[in-house]
Design a protein around this ligand. Structure first.
Ligand SMILES: [Zn+2]
Length: 142
């Protein structure tokens, strides 16, 4: 078998890629309690049905997001002005946190976007933030 010689840059890129993948897996495992709604086609994404979550679930989701932000994305504190720390209130949709996670290509962005689909008043999870922003607090069975 022919030996493949890698440059120093190629070696570094492979190591960085492995580290990024490991980080993504660690972040995803923090949210292992999240059961992804099974959407045949795109009826969930189109707002035809939703998922009723509990207050405890919602708070656990936000606390896990804060835990992950503190562990993996501390650099965001400076840019957002949240040097005192992340809270359940200052990480929600409309904050700079999502923008920074997106611009930083963070694997945490996926989870941040999911919290933005859960209504903070009735804890219904929608298939898109669009429906959450127009939530009429009515559970729609699948
Ligand atoms: Zn609601």
């Amino acid at each position: 078998m022919e030996e493949i010689k890698l440059t120093e840059l190629e070696r570094e890129l492979i190591i960085k890629r492995r580290e990024a993948e490991q980080r993504r897996q660690e972040i995803d495992s923090l949210f292992s309690f999240y059961d992804t709604p099974e959407d045949e086609g795109c009826s969930f994404a189109n707002g035809e049905w939703n998922v009723q979550r509990s207050k405890e679930f919602y708070n656990k989701f936000l606390d896990t997001l804060i835990e992950a932000l503190n562990k993996y994305e501390t650099w965001i504190k400076e840019g957002t002005g949240y040097s005192d720390g992340f809270t359940r209130e200052n990480i929600l949709g409309g904050s700079l946190v999502g923008r920074f996670l997106s611009d930083g290509n963070s694997p945490l962005y996926k989870w941040w976007a999911l919290q933005a689909q859960i209504c903070p008043k009735c804890y219904i999870e929608w298939g898109q933030m669009y429906y959450k922003l127009r939530c009429n607090h009515t559970y729609k069975e699948k």
